[in-house]
Design a protein around this ligand. Structure first.
Ligand SMILES: [Zn+2]
Length: 306
């Protein structure tokens, strides 16, 4: 049987946040993305800040009825806190994210299961805080992103699906939360080297994204069963006019989807459109939550005379 390769698109929805304030653009973007997904047979995960949910909850309910996932995105400054989640301790993070979950439930009628912090900003308290709130999965880590000015430092954290470590956000461990990082090319650097080229639609054009997809697929396939659930995750924001057929980001997204399908076919994989929740669920089915974190052992192979 062909190896399944899951494909998902995540849209961080924040058109009403303080640095953008354009809810009409946000509405055009999410409606346009809904059309693109329907035409291409793709499933998306919309991670939405509470004020965008307030403005557009009817559209999100329609998108959910079409099989897309609606989850929670948090920019703490839009709730009256500092800009970055990763500067806060455990209890403050539980408060900030918990408040946003309450607002989400008011608009959507249920508590969110998926979560993404703004800027990938997190610290070692973040995953246990998300677990204590009952969140199930999300895009929290952005592997190799190094932006201390955004409290976002990830080192060489896992680029694959994983349960995070309880005390060290860069390690895998036993926190009951499945991290679903975006697809990245760690060796193609941007922003002065601080950020990896990732499948962020607006970052580069479709030609550049083709190489990131090809590299990620080959890496995952060569790992075999060491990567039990293989996937591609493109990301974007609802701050571009995806409703405009001539929009460059729309063309780029269509190019990413075509490239993913083409590379999947060329490698003999089965292309499986899915939400992040579905991909996290497949991981949970294949990989039981471990008890305790891994034991790290000192590598002494390079010591002279041994
Ligand atoms: Zn954001």
């Amino acid at each position: 049987m062909k190896t399944p390769l899951y494909f998902t698109l995540q849209i961080d929805c924040e058109a009403t946040q303080h640095s953008i304030r354009d809810p009409k653009l946000g509405a055009r973007a999410i409606r346009g993305l809904g059309e693109i997904c329907a035409d291409a047979g793709i499933k998306a995960t919309f991670q939405v800040i509470p004020s965008d949910l307030k403005a557009h909850h009817r559209i999100y309910q329609e998108l959910e009825a079409q099989g897309h996932e609606i989850g929670l995105h948090v920019h703490p400054a839009d709730q009256g806190y500092q800009e970055f989640l990763g500067v806060y301790g455990f209890e403050e993070q539980v408060k900030i994210v918990g408040e946003a979950m309450g607002l989400f439930a008011q608009h959507m009628g249920y508590r969110p299961r998926g979560f993404t912090p703004g800027y990938g900003s997190a610290n070692d308290h973040t995953y246990p805080a998300l677990e204590s709130l009952g969140l199930n999965h999300g895009l929290v880590s952005i592997p190799t992103r190094n932006l201390p000015q955004c409290a976002c430092v990830w080192g060489n954290s896992s680029p694959d699906l994983h349960y995070p470590h309880r005390y060290n956000r860069c390690l895998c461990g036993d926190v009951d939360f499945v991290d679903v990082p975006p697809t990245i090319d760690p060796s193609s650097r941007m922003w002065g080297g601080a950020h990896p080229q990732d499948l962020r639609v607006e970052l580069v054009d479709a030609k550049n994204h083709w190489y990131t997809i090809q590299k990620s697929v080959l890496r995952q396939l060569s790992a075999g069963e060491k990567i039990p659930v293989k996937y591609l995750k493109a990301v974007t924001h609802n701050t571009f006019d995806y409703g405009d057929k001539r929009n460059f980001r729309r063309e780029t997204l269509l190019g990413i989807i075509a490239a993913a399908k083409g590379i999947c076919k060329a490698q003999g994989c089965r292309f499986v459109p899915a939400t992040s929740e579905k991909i996290a669920g497949e991981y949970r089915k294949r990989v039981p939550l471990p008890r305790g974190g891994p034991i790290l052992r000192l590598d002494t192979r390079g010591r002279a005379g041994r």
